[in-house]
Design a protein around this ligand. Sequence first.
Ligand code: MLT
Length: 236
Amino acid sequence: MNNLDVCLTPDLLHLHTVDNTIVVVADVFRATSCMVTAFAYGVGSIIPVATVDECRDLQQRGYLAAAERNARTVEGFDLDNSPFSYMDERLQGADIAMTTTNGTLAITKSRAAVKVLVGSFLNLEAVARYLRTQPYDVLVLCAGWKGRVNLEDTLFAGALADRLRDEYALNEDGALMAHRLYVDGKDNLINYLANASHIRRLQRLGIQKDIAYCLQHDLYDVVPVLRGSALVRMDV
Ligand code: MLT
C-alpha cells in the first residue's frame, strides 16, 4: 500500500522526499480554491510564480497577471486572488501569471515531485479519484501562512486522508494529526474555523463571502496539474 503523508508548512518540505511522490498543494484560503475555480470557469493556464517581480515580468510579456500579498491585490496587476473574480467569461482560454503570499510559493517549491496537483475542498473528490488510480506515494503540502501552520490547509489534508484511507496508509503523525483534526471538525467547518488567523485576516479586510465558498466540498471535477512551468486543467 502506498503512503499518504502531510507536510504542515512549506518550511518543513526539506524533511520529505518527493521523488516517487505526487504532491498535492493546498492553500484553501484562497490561492488553490481560486485556481480550481478559474479552471472550472475555463481559463487556459496559470503560471504560478513565487515573486511579484517574476509576475510583473510575465505581465510585461503579455500575460494577464494576478498578484496578492497579505490578502490584498498588489498595485498595477490585473487580477486578485478571489475565486469570484475568475467567474468571468472574458477569462475563458486566458493564460494567467499568478503570485500569492503562500500558495504559489508552495507550488514552485514542489517541482521535484513526480506530479504537482492543486487541491481544495472544491475539488476534493476529483483529487481523491485521480490519486486512487496512481502508483505513487502522496504528500499533501499545506501552504500555511509565511512558514507557519494553519488550520484550514491542515483540515484539507485531513479531508483528503479521510477520502483515501482505504487506499493509502496513514503511517506518519502529520497525516494522523490532520485526519483527526478533520474528523473532529468536519460537521461544521465554518464554526470550527471561526477563530482561525486567516479567517480573521480576511474578515478584517471585508472578504467574507470567499470563506464560505472555499469550504464547499466537491463542486468541481477539475484537477489543476503542473506541466512544465504552467498549471493546466486535468478532467477526472
Ligand atoms: C495565499 O496564497 O497566501 C492566499 O491565497 C492569501 C489570500 O487569501 O489572498
